[in-house]
Write a new protein. Structure first.
Length: 87
């Protein structure tokens, strides 16, 4: 999972520890494979996530409000092309 998210395993462990400490996620070990862990978002974590998404949408809306529809569409096409090229 660390590689998929662009983290080192140590960074992901550190992040998950902070999320657990702040009661944003819970952690459950797999009964058959000690290496496997399951994360579950808590109601508190979900509330924080929803608020962060709202804040992000507001920031993006304000940031891109200076562009015309055509300019925003062009930007999306450029980002899509770059994403498909480098990911």
């Amino acid at each position: 999972m660390a590689e998929t998210l662009g983290f080192t395993p140590a960074s992901l462990t550190h992040l998950s520890s902070k999320l657990i400490k702040n009661e944003c996620i819970t952690l459950r070990n797999d009964e058959d494979d000690r290496r496997t862990k399951y994360w579950k978002i808590t109601p508190k974590g979900l509330e924080i996530l929803v608020e962060a998404q709202k804040c992000g949408m507001k920031v993006r809306s304000e940031f891109f409000s200076h562009l015309s529809d055509a300019e925003r569409n062009s930007l999306v096409q450029i980002y899509t092309k770059l994403n498909n090229t480098f990911v």
